[in-house]
Design a protein around this ligand. Structure first.
Ligand code: COA
Length: 332
């Protein structure tokens, strides 16, 4: 029997963004919109769009290679691969199995978990819990999305908000107590599922000529309702995780929110009484990349020195489901 570790730490991070940049002005040539409308309502200026032959597993594998290098590990060190995605390469096999093959990971437990934009926090909790059993050593967790493949490029109310990309992290057991992934507060409310969903492509509406004519294979959203719910559930998750750990918001060195909309984050900042300069933001450049949003932002925050040793960091997200989550991380 293996010994359970005292903590689970983030050993390395990596991210991958496709080369192709689509600006708001580019979008204005496709649908009736403008840079001014998009930027003032969302804070987004541009997003990345994956190439036709570049899928969730390709982007995930590229982010994972960087995370492995950052951790100083090799493929053979990994014994869990979990991918969070709503845009898997295909319904099965899992994107995690495809990533495993692309990286040459010899033997690992591999699975996808779908919790939309909260997905990375969900897989972080699952991977950390598995490592804490002592039966696994190192988990590769990846958020990867090719949202451009499920956007209705004729619907200006949705296609302007999202982008493609991938972020990855390596979680490992450690003998140092009270560091790393400290706590989680995850939740969901399925009754609010239809504010943001994709009706086609599953067993309820498999692909047929009618489902395609009715545009069921595209993301649908009731934006205003999502906006209000997002602020509410992220505030709640953040307050609950701080309270259950006896912490005050001014003890947080950095907050990494799901990068959906600057106005949502500004409202969250005022409700939590955490100044905006403590939030790490990159949505101006990438838009909302769903499950990839938090790991891309976290990777960048480490790289530009926004997160340092000893820092307490709050990750907070919401997404389709409706799902939400908060995680507290203390850097060793
Ligand atoms: N360009 C120009 N006009 C647009 C537009 C676009 N891309 N999208 C919508 N409009 C129009 C609407 O048609 C509407 O016109 P009308 O008043 O003539 O009917 C007007 O702009 C206002 O639309 P509304 O939906 O009320 O705007 P809003 O201020 O609520 O902003 C969102 C829309 C989508 C930016 C906002 O609701 C939002 O960000 N919601 C959260 C979405 C989100 O984060 N989703 C991801 C969850 S993980």
């Amino acid at each position: 029997m293996s010994l359970a570790p005292l903590s689970v730490v983030i050993k390395g991070t990596g991210s991958y963004k496709p080369e192709n940049i689509q600006t708001n002005d580019d979008l204005a040539k496709k649908v009736d919109t403008s840079d001014e409308w998009i930027f003032t309502r969302t804070g987004i200026r541009e997003r990345r769009i994956a190439a036709d032959n570049e899928h969730a597993s390709d982007m995930g594998a590229k982010a994972a290679e960087k995370a492995l290098a950052d951790a100083g590990m090799e493929a053979a060190d990994i014994d869990i691969v979990i991918v969070a995605t709503i845009t898997p390469d295909m319904p099965f096999p899992s994107t995690a199995c495809l990533v495993q093959t692309k990286l040459g990971i010899p033997n690992a437990m591999c699975m996808d978990i779908e919790a939309a934009c909260s997905g990375f926090l969900y897989i972080m909790e699952v991977a950390a819990s598995l490592i804490k059993t002592g039966r696994y050593r190192n988990a590769l967790i990846i958020g990867s999305e090719k949202l451009s493949s499920i956007l209705d490029w004729e619907d200006r109310t949705t296609c302007v908000l999202f982008g493609d990309g991938a972020g990855a992290a390596i979680l490992s057991g450690s003998d140092e107590p009270e560091v790393g992934v400290i706590d989680f507060k995850l939740g969901a409310d399925g009754a609010n599922g239809e504010v943001l969903y994709m009706p086609g492509g599953g067993s309820a509406n498999p692909a047929t000529p009618a489902s395609i004519d009715n545009r069921l294979h595209f993301l649908k959203m009731r934006g205003r309702e999502v906006f209000k719910l997002a602020v509410k559930v992220m505030q709640q998750a953040a307050e609950e995780i701080l309270e259950q750990n006896g912490l005050k918001s001014d003890q947080l060195a950095c907050v990494i929110p799901h990068q959906a909309n600057l106005r949502i984050i500004e409202l969250l900042s005022s409700r939590l009484d955490i100044p905006m300069d403590r939030f790490y933001l990159n949505l101006e450049n990438y838009g909302n990349t769903s499950a990839a949003s938090i790991p891309i932002a976290m990777d960048e925050a480490f790289r530009v020195g926004r997160i340092k040793s000893g820092d307490l960091v709050l990750l907070v997200a919401f997404g389709a489901g409706l799902t939400w989550g908060a995680a507290l991380v203390k850097c060793p």
